[in-house]
Design a protein around this ligand. Sequence first.
Ligand SMILES: Cc1cc2nc3c(=O)[nH]c(=O)nc-3n(C[C@H](O)[C@H](O)[C@H](O)COP(=O)(O)OP(=O)(O)OC[C@H]3O[C@@H](n4cnc5c(N)ncnc54)[C@H](O)[C@@H]3O)c2cc1C
Length: 307
Amino acid sequence: MEIEKYVNQYFPVLDCGFIALKNYMGGDKDIAGAARGSYGVGTNTSSSDRGLIRRLMRDRHTSPFEMCEIVFHVGLPIFVARQWVRHRTASLNEYSGRYSIMPMIFYSPKPERCQTQHKTNKQGSSSQVLDEVQYSKLAESRSITRGRMEETYRDALDVDLARELARIDLPLSMYTYWYWKIDLHNLLHFLKLRLAPDAQWEIRQYANIIAGFVKEWVPYTYEAFMDYIVEGVSFSRYEQEILWNMINSRHADISSLTNNELETWNKKLEHMKRMSVCNYEYPHGLNLSEAKPASHYEELMQRYAIQ
Ligand SMILES: Cc1cc2nc3c(=O)[nH]c(=O)nc-3n(C[C@H](O)[C@H](O)[C@H](O)COP(=O)(O)OP(=O)(O)OC[C@H]3O[C@@H](n4cnc5c(N)ncnc54)[C@H](O)[C@@H]3O)c2cc1C
């Protein structure tokens, strides 16, 4: 399988994060096989795996996709972990700050990512970035704050305060580490939500690489997922009414719409435009030359360990 060569390759994400494929089970053939199992032994094997998988995806016949599972090792800032962990249909095992001393590794967004608050989308960033002076001032202040937090952590450890309490003032920017196992159906749901342009940029960087893995692992499923789920569009009953009114009017003309209908329709078009311009694919596919061995990150954690 193509995916085999990616096992244990650590792909860098953000400044100090990573994602590595540790294990996987099943593939397109198993999904198609499980689906054919619905028809009974030895019957109806005439359709191609690709055609069958496309039909399953289109009709939301999801259980055959649960036959495949995948395990990742991920290094991610705690604020990203808090979004990630909301996906409850997975199993995870996290680095323990009660058991081990946390390495002092923090996420620092690059200047081009330091965008200002979006004016209308309260959960989003605008396309404008901080100017150089604002950025430098903030970076300096952040560095002082982190230095103080590290000092407090160190002081607590020095007086032998339990690790489970010593850690409580560490910031959301700190990196944490976990193993994450999920079946393919739920992974696709994760990707649908976290590849979308309204997901935070940082978690999207992880989702993009996971999408790269999925493309290599189950290429038919990936293709169908992009076509029917990610880039497919659903219409509410009201939106369908508007659409049919337009189709039935003489020139499929928006002038036939009431103000209310026009407003709804324009919102729909705006949404579709936003979703379609998003580049959902990991820009260059998975590039093995970008991957690092596990030892690279072990050394990084050693370097930033508190002695
Ligand atoms: C852009 C964006 C913004 C968000 N903003 C916020 C926010 O401001 N605050 C916030 O708290 N969260 C926020 N979330 C998290 C969001 O509400 C979901 O919790 C998260 O996306 C996981 O989705 P899920 O529950 O469908 O996935 P999973 O937990 O993986 O569940 C998958 C599916 O299993 C079913 N399921 C799982 N558990 C249950 C259950 N207990 N009962 C019934 N059905 C269940 C549901 O059908 C669910 O869709 C945001 C997510 C996104 C993508």
